[in-house]
Design a protein around this ligand. Structure first.
Ligand SMILES: N[C@H](CCC[C@H](N)C(=O)O)C(=O)O
Length: 284
């Protein structure tokens, strides 16, 4: 079965986008076997991607259904950079002529707005601080927690943006222990569904630098939900203003949250090429 796809990225966080409207994909469950997805995610044996995104017809009153799989084959319910690419894809493909698009995810609805400057603003919904909504095992909700891992203790904040995030402050992201502490905390037992791990450097009250070790994909060049998580955690600690520029390895996102409505994330969405998978067994 040939499978058409489009390769896209949001600030270098890259995606394989499958059109589940004009080609038939399973209504639920993975579109391919987890081993086939992992193979296709490989940057030598496959297409190479951080996440696989699926565009599907809505089940309720939204415009589309939006599903997300990490490079390790795990299905998740949020991807901020992917949401911008989703909006760009459905517009470019003529699947909608709307500028404001409502998508349903496993976590509820999100609104994506394409603006005339070619950027996309995603309303990521409100931050979830309740422990069971992250999910995170702690004795009570707090601004920061001490997470013991290996021989060390780390001061982190924890928040849900439709997916779980922990965020720590670092002096300089360039020297942050992302490669070692990232995987250690990603699978920490206090995060029963694992967690995305953000390393945040404060530049000033309206500018941070950020690196994210993503659950199920490793360090990425950018993480949209991670940028939102870092900003709201910084705000909760009284360190950041309502609108913050987030500088990531792949570029800059703008995040706005003033305690009302939802967390608004604005940035670009790029289309790279279209392709066809001839062999979806994952053995090619
Ligand atoms: N790795 C994430 C999903 C992708 C998030 C990221 N690519 C974004 O832009 O938000 C998770 O397992 O929750």
């Amino acid at each position: 079965m040939d499978l058409k796809f489009t390769k896209m990225h949001g600030l270098g966080n890259d995606f394989m986008v499958l059109d589940g409207i004009r080609q038939s994909l399973p209504e639920d469950g993975p579109p391919l076997s987890p081993e086939a997805m992992r193979r296709l995610a490989d940057r030598h044996f496959g297409v190479g991607f951080d996440q696989l995104l699926i565009v599907q017809p809505p089940r309720g009153d939204a415009d589309f259904r939006y599903r997300i799989f990490n490079a390790d084959g795990s299905e998740v319910s949020q991807c901020g950079n992917g949401a911008r690419c989703f909006a760009r894809f459905v517009r470019d493909e003529g699947l909608t002529n709307k500028h404001e698009i409502r998508v349903e995810t496993a976590n509820g609805q999100m609104t994506l707005r394409l603006t005339d400057d070619g950027l996309v603003t995603v309303n990521m919904g409100p931050p979830r601080w309740a422990l069971e909504d992250i999910p995170f095992r702690a004795s009570a909700v707090a601004d920061t927690y001490i997470l013991v891992a290996g021989q060390n203790a780390y001061e982190i904040s924890a928040v849900g943006l439709g997916n779980p995030h922990c965020v720590m402050l670092v002096e300089n992201v360039d020297t942050a222990p992302v490669e070692t502490v990232g995987p250690l905390l990603e699978s920490h037992p206090d995060f029963p569904e694992r967690v995305n791990v953000g390393f945040m450097q404060l530049v000033d009250r309206s500018h941070i630098r950020l690196r994210v070790f993503e659950r199920g994909s490793g360090e990425t060049l950018a993480c949209g939900s991670g940028a939102c998580a870092a900003v709201v955690c910084g705000q909760k600690r009284g360190l950041l203003d309502d609108t913050v520029e987030v500088s990531l390895a792949g570029g800059t996102l703008r995040v706005h949250y003033d305690g009302t409505n939802g967390v608004l994330m604005t940035g670009p969405a790029s289309r790279v090429y279209d392709g066809v998978i001839r062999d979806t067994s994952g053995k090619a």
